[in-house]
Structure formats: C-alpha cells, structure tokens
Write a protein of this length. Structure first.
Length: 522
C-alpha cells in the first residue's frame, strides 16, 4: 500500500470512528436518549428531511404521535409535543424565541421578520407590521380587497358552468390582495400571466425552506441549488425590481400599503425598518398573506362542496343577512355571521394552512429552567407543536377527521350548556392553533378572517356551486387504500411545505338568478 492510500485509509477510518461515536452518543448518552421516537430520528435530522422532501412531514408526525405518545424525539435535538398545555408553555412564554433554524428561511442579506431572531429588532418589525395589519388599516384597505374579489368572481362567471380548479384561482386572488397591501399596486396575476412568477416562486421557495428547516445541514447545498434555479431567480428579481421602481416613483402616501407605513417609519440608526429592508418585508407578504389564504380558501371550497347541510346553512346565513352583493362588507353584519366563522375555523382546524411545526427555543439570555408540559427541556433542544397533529388530537376534538362547524358554536339562544360541554369547548379552543400564538405568532390573523369571510360570503351570494362531476371532481381528495396517511377521500390533501401546498377542488359554479348581473362590467 502506498503512503497516499495509507493516509486515505486512516482518514476514512477516523471519519467512520467519529461517526460511530456521534451516533452512539445520540442514541445512548444524549440528554434526550430516554424519549421515545423513531430510531432514525434519534440519529439524524435526515428523518425529518426525508419526510419534508416528500411533503408529508405533518402526516409522519401525526402517525408518530399515535405510536409514541404526546411527546417524542423527532430529531437528535428536537422534541415535539401534542398537548394544549405544551402550546401554552412554549408560545405564551415571552422568554421563548423562534428556533435558530428560522435562519434557513432567509436567502438574502436583508432579513424579513420571519427570520429575524434578535429580540429588539423583531419587536420593532412587529410594530411596523402591526400598523398595516390593524383593524383600522384593513378597513381603509377593504375597497381594494373587494375590487380584487370582484375580479375573482368574474372569473367564476366566465367559466360558464365548466369545472374550475380552485387552487390557481384562490392562489392568484390571495397573491393580488397581498401584493396590493405590500406594494400598493396591482400584480394582476388573476387576469394576466406576466406576474404569475410570484405565487409559483413562493411555492418553490417554501419547499426549499421546509426541507432546510427539517435538515439544516443540507442547506450547504444552497449555492448549487440556487445555481440550478438561476433562470427563475433572475426572472423573479426582474419582476420585483419593476414593481419596486413603479411604487418608488409615487409619493410615499399615495397608496395605503406597507411601503407608505414602513417608509414613514424609517428613522435614524436602528430605529424602525432600514430602507433596504422594506422590500424584503414587502415580498414576505406574498407567502405570509398569499399562500396561506389561498390554502384556507381552497380548503373551505373543498369542504363546502362535500357537506350539503353545512353548505345550505351557510348559504342561508349569508343570503338572509345581507341585502345585496355590494352590501357584503366588513362590519357588524359580517361579524354577526357566526356560522361563517365556525366554517372558517373548522376548515383551518382540519386543514391548517400553515401545517409545519413551529419550532422554538429560549433566548440565549434565558437561564431559568424551561419547562414544557412538565418536561424540563435541556439547553440546546428545540421544542415545537405541530398544528395538524394538535388539531386532530381526539382528546380535544372528538372525531377529529369529521368536518363539523357546529362544534364551534354554543347552544342555540336561550339554552344553557352543561358545565361538561362548556369545559369541552374551552379545551377545544385552548388547542386551536392555526396561527400559532404569542410574541412570534401570526400578525395577519385579522386580515385572514376579513379576507376569507368576504370571499366566501360574496361567492355564496352570487353563485351556487358543487363538486365537478366524474373523475375531475376527485381532485384534492385522498385515495382509498393508500398507506401514507392520504387514504381519506373526504380529507383535503395538504402538501407540507410548512405553508401548505394543495391542488383542487374542481367545482362547477351556477350564477344565482339575476344577482350575477351586478358583476358585469361595461
Ligand atoms: C389563514 C391565513 C393565515 C394563517 C393560517 C397564518 C399562520 C401563521 C403562522 C402559524 C405563523 C407563525 C409560523 C411560525 O412561527 O413558524 C404566522 C406568522 C406570520 N404571519 Fe400569518 N397566517 C395567515 C395569514 C397571514 C396574513 C394575511 C398575513 C399578512 C401579511 C400574515 C402575516 C404573518 C407574519 C408577518 C408572520 C410572522 C410573525 C413574526 O415573525 O413575528 N399572516 N402566520
């Protein structure tokens, strides 16, 4: 054997030895070694990475909770919980931050709020977001939102009772609304293909982010991956530059958008948002407010088209509350539509638009013991709750896969509820987590309810709809006989990219007599 081969042999031997030692440590000596979990997950992040790459990490997590119980080890340094107590202990504790793996969500030097882990900086950013997403700001924005919804309704009218796939339609509608709020100008993806690079790029980026968050070591391949995707990256950059330039050409206050508020907020030093960060934040509106709402709307249409009694009750509520399509606006009448709210909540329970686990860890300054549902969490361990799993936990939601908006409603007027039923409803609310919660939870919750309520109410005002006939009608369903958790025909299929991807349902729309004429434009 030559000297070179001997050195190579020794190097390989040393690497193998180190690998064996690391795996033995993870399995037998690691502070989490007594926790249950899949063997591969105890040894490597590759377990989560594999399921994330197949867009089914939420289903694997659900299956593993059934097998290992309410807390298990999902990666060498990660514990995942499935209780409302854990939800409370993790997300309502102000000493707990997003985990360091959220750095994997950032591909540019300018970080958006999602990957900002510094406590003060994050707080400042939330303040700016809070202004544009406040109730008052959303009321000012509502006419723009309604105009975009009218464009959506006209697409349904134009379909002339041919099946329409709701996924692209909802995706473009939600992108156009989020784009208007972020950039103060129409992206027009609903009517023109030019800017459709935006919603589709968001999906591709989400897939990469979800994979890297599950298996951070793989993010080292990013320089190569981004090179492979260079053409799309350039197209996206060009489209974005055009939009930014068009907005900058207008005075700051010309539109009611994120730019007008953020640019106003730019101050000296570290105060407020830096000018260069504004556009990184504005782009974040597209996945945060576009992809999520697209998933929520597509799922609502899926479940309504499969539950005739729910559909009939909701249609009755909308059609008796409002006097015309143009009267459908935010305000007391809309807030009075309790069944609509129950349908939205039940949909987000069974099909959470953000389906990935919200991973957290204490700020580095935190030195007290961190206790989650009675478990003292060792330093360096990430903890999380998965919304799909918690909201399908039978302990809180009996018959968890049944779509039953009634579960959210109290007894009809005048009847009092038994203390037991009251306790069960309150437990259910404590485990409802589509938006996460606390200082790192969703800032767009009010907008999400506003937008989904308007879209669903207006659609039911102008149209009746049903599942498309034949094979086309099955798009979005599970398939009987599958062994990977996708076997339920009545469950809308989500593809876990942290934010959910989806396809379908295909629906057929029939305009309601005469009402549709309001939608016609000259
Ligand atoms: C149905 C719709 C929506 C759902 C289910 C949803 C859900 C979530 C969840 C679960 C998080 C936390 C994720 C994590 O910690 O990993 C989050 C964060 C966030 N969401 Fe939403 N969201 C929705 C709509 C919106 C909308 C319309 C906006 C407006 C632009 C928005 C803005 C944000 C922002 C800015 C954050 C980051 C908060 C922070 O880092 O402190 N969301 N959302």
């Amino acid at each position: 054997m030559g000297m070179f081969s001997a050195m190579a042999f020794n190097a390989v031997g040393a690497i193998v030895l180190l690998g064996v030692l690391a795996l033995t440590y993870r399995l037998l000596l690691h502070p989490l070694s007594d926790y249950p979990g899949p063997l591969v997950a105890k040894l490597t992040d590759g377990y989560g990475g594999y399921h994330a790459s197949r867009k089914r990490l939420h289903l694997a997590t659900y299956h593993d909770h059934l097998k290992y119980g309410p807390v298990f080890r999902q990666a060498p340094n990660r514990l995942i919980f499935n209780t409302a107590a854990a939800l409370h202990d993790i997300y309502l504790n102000p000493e707990i931050n997003k985990a360091h793996i959220y750095k994997q969500t950032q591909f540019n030097p300018e970080k958006n709020i999602f990957g900002t882990l510094d406590r003060e900086r994050h707080k400042q950013k939330r303040k700016v977001y809070g202004q544009i997403l406040s109730d008052r700001s959303l009321r000012t924005f509502e006419p723009t939102m309604r105009n975009e919804i009218d464009v959506f309704l006209r697409q349904l009218l134009k379909a002339h009772a041919e099946p329409v796939n709701m996924t692209p339609l909802c995706e473009r509608l939600a992108t156009d609304i989020a784009g208007q709020l972020a950039f103060g100008q129409p992206l027009n993806t609903q009517t023109d293909a030019t800017n459709r690079i935006f919603p589709r790029s968001m999906i591709s980026m989400n897939a990469v982010v979800s994979f890297f968050m599950a298996w951070p070591a793989i993010s080292l391949t990013w320089p190569l991956l981004s090179r492979l995707n260079k053409k799309n990256g350039l197209m996206f950059g060009r489209a974005l530059r055009g939009i930014v330039q068009a907005r900058m050409a207008l005075p700051k206050g010309a539109k009611h958008d994120f730019y007008s508020i953020a640019a106003e907020d730019v101050g000296e030093g570290e105060e407020g948002l830096r000018r260069s960060e504004i556009w990184a934040e504005a782009v974040f509106f597209l996945p945060a407010g576009g992809t999520t709402i697209s998933a929520a709307l597509s799922a609502i249409f899926f479940y309504l088209s499969r539950h005739p009694t729910v559909y009939a009750r909701l249609a009755r509520e909308i059609r008796t509350t409002f006097s015309s399509g143009s009267a459908i606006q935010g305000g007391p009448q809309m807030s009075g539509c309790k069944y609509l709210r129950a349908v939205i909540d039940e949909t987000m329970r069974v099909a959470p638009p953000f389906v990935g686990t919200f991973w957290r860890e204490p700020y580095s300054s935190h030195t007290k013991p961190f206790v989650v549902d009675g478990h003292v969490i060792p330093r360096g361990v990430l903890v999380g709750v998965n919304p799909y799993c918690l909201m399908h936990n039978e302990a809180y939601f009996p018959e968890p896969f049944a779509f039953r908006p009634e579960r959210w409603l109290g007894p009809a007027d005048g009847t009092s509820e038994s203390p037991e039923a009251e306790r069960a409803r309150s437990a259910m609310r404590g485990a409802f987590a589509p938006f996460a919660s606390g200082d790192t939870g969703c800032l767009g919750k009010a907008m999400a309810y506003y937008e989904t309520s308007l879209v669903v109410a207006k659609t039911l005002w102008y149209f009746d709809f049903e599942k498309a006939p034949g094979e086309a009608g099955r798009l979005g369903e599970g398939e009987p006989g599958r062994k990977d958790g996708r076997h339920r025909t009545d469950e809308y299929q989500l593809f876990d990219l942290a934010v959910a991807d989806h396809d379908g349902p295909n629906l057929v729309f029939k305009p309601r007599a005469g009402y549709w004429k309001e939608l016609e434009v000259d």
